[in-house]
Design a protein around this ligand. Structure first.
Ligand SMILES: Cc1cc2nc3c(=O)[nH]c(=O)nc-3n(C[C@H](O)[C@H](O)[C@H](O)COP(=O)(O)O)c2cc1C
Length: 181
């Protein structure tokens, strides 16, 4: 049976300031370290690996953007929930986590059990993983689907041989959690 994410984070987690405590080049962190996008609640959730994403500042607030193709099981969860989270893992567990969360579907297996990570629920209601290093909690404030008519570089369309254009969600960053040193 799928592990419910009803567990609260351990005291090893602390609230941090995204502006000062999120270290390393943002593009490197997203494109090379990869992250898990998770959505759901204490009852049910799903998460998947993502290497496309953005962190920035918009509408007078810090924001994050994630991109989810229609066929992902995660998509139903990002659509149905007000929050999503972006979670980074340390070098010790990263490879195993992303092999499973990026290579298998939550439709078929309990990815967290297979990857030996524990789903947790932060007090805002967002999903994280106890074995992770950092989690950005986001409240959805905008979404849209890419419109291929607006692609201005023909190389982009080639990334969509099945016309499965991503839906993107802009999330207001409401909290940033880090593991204590
Ligand atoms: C390195 C890497 C990056 C990925 N980035 C994305 C992404 O940004 N958006 C997306 O929709 N899928 C992305 N994927 C694919 C999903 O992680 C993958 O299809 C996953 O199995 C979906 O799981 P789900 O069906 O449980 O949602 C990526 C996969 C890998 C391995």
């Amino acid at each position: 049976m799928k592990q419910k994410p009803a567990v609260s984070p351990s005291p090893a987690w602390r609230e941090a300031a995204i502006e000062v405590d999120f270290e390393g080049g943002i593009i490197r962190r997203i494109s090379r370290d990869w992250a898990l996008i998770a959505a759901g609640d204490g009852g049910d959730y799903n998460a998947m690996t993502a290497s496309w994403g953005a962190l920035g500042y918009l509408w007078e607030r810090p924001i994050a953007i994630c991109f989810v193709r229609p066929q992902r099981f995660t998509r139903g969860f990002t659509d149905a929930n007000d929050l999503f989270s972006i979670t980074f893992f340390g070098a010790d567990v990263k490879a195993k986590v992303h092999k499973i969360f990026g290579g298998e579907s939550g439709r078929d297996i309990d990815k967290a059990s297979k990857a030996e990570v524990t789903p947790i629920v932060f007090k805002e209601g967002a999903i994280g993983f106890e074995e992770a290093a950092e989690t950005i909690v986001c409240k959805k404030i905008y979404f849209d689907d890419f419109n291929p008519a607006n692609f201005l570089d023909s190389a982009i369309e080639k990334l969509y041989p099945q016309q499965d254009y991503h839906r993107f969600y802009i999330g207001q960053i409401v909290k940033f959690y880090q593991k204590k040193e």
